[in-house]
Design a protein around this ligand. Sequence first.
Ligand SMILES: Cc1cc2nc3c(=O)[nH]c(=O)nc-3n(C[C@H](O)[C@H](O)[C@H](O)COP(=O)(O)OP(=O)(O)OC[C@H]3O[C@@H](n4cnc5c(N)ncnc54)[C@H](O)[C@@H]3O)c2cc1C
Ligand code: FES
Length: 286
Amino acid sequence: MAAIVKPQTTVLTDPMMPVPYRILRVRRETKDTFTFELHSVTGERFPFAPGQFNMLYLFGVGEVPISISGDPAHPEVLVHTVRVVGTVTKALCRLKRGDILGVRGPFGSSWPVAEAVGDDIVIVAGGVGLAPLRPAIYHLLNHRGDYGRVALLYGARTPGDMLYTDELVEWRGRFDIQVEVTVDAARPDEWQGNVGVVTTLIPRAHFDPHHVTALVCGPEIMMRFTILELQKRGLRDDQIYISMERNMKCAVGFCGHCQYGPHFVCKDGPVFRFDRVREIFGKREI
Ligand SMILES: Cc1cc2nc3c(=O)[nH]c(=O)nc-3n(C[C@H](O)[C@H](O)[C@H](O)COP(=O)(O)OP(=O)(O)OC[C@H]3O[C@@H](n4cnc5c(N)ncnc54)[C@H](O)[C@@H]3O)c2cc1C
Ligand code: FES
């Protein structure tokens, strides 16, 4: 009788080996930002925690770190939102339904959704920074009874730069989450809402400063001013979490490309509790 040969699966779980994923759906969010829904060609699913990222590999072009932006309760569909900034992201955003790309991950630290149970939550997002926060929002809404008040403050450059507009409307309609949005600039005929940077929303967010956890993601300058405003509202540095971006190659702590002071963003981050990076945050040379 022929021996039964077990299928070899270890290769697919090697963190350096991209797994093939097929694009199920592409949604255009803004003029330069696209959301991809992917399905593993091998049928494997990789659970992830809110805030983690994958390395997306485009054959013959290159590999980039991109946060997971989907619902952690549904890891069978992998969701990524990508803004075009350069070579790889431009090629990625040309892909169509049915195309295949490589995925390594998930990697990195996550938003502290377990540690924050019982707390109020304030989420402050700038631009494409809403993408890494969306899995945390899904988690909070899926476990709404575990948290106190939840406030989402989101700022984009213009109304046309806003991500997930249908969901923002849906979340606002739930009444168990405070949703405030603003744009840096808009024509009066296209926008009747708040105009101003996202930090202008912080004074009106509903939370108890002694029992709140803040999740912040966006450009570093935006995070810097957000932290100052949160401190003015009485938050300590250990109540504030930020997500950092650095160039990456290996994503597993080998190559040093993502070094951030004594930390590697790929494995110690991207999510950091602010008091742990306070001394180096905002230093240009780091
Ligand atoms: C942990 C982590 C999570 C990330 N999550 C996301 C995500 O969810 N969605 C997303 O769109 N991007 C995300 N990024 C950023 C993304 O990885 C970069 O935009 C991408 O690597 C750029 O590669 P490229 O080849 O397209 O551009 P390159 O050719 O490498 O760069 C082209 C130009 O763009 C500049 N550039 C590079 N990165 C950025 C950037 N982040 N912002 C502005 N300018 C930049 C470069 O300095 C250069 O001038 C994340 C990065 C990290 C580290
Ligand atoms: S990307 Fe290689 S050590 Fe972080």
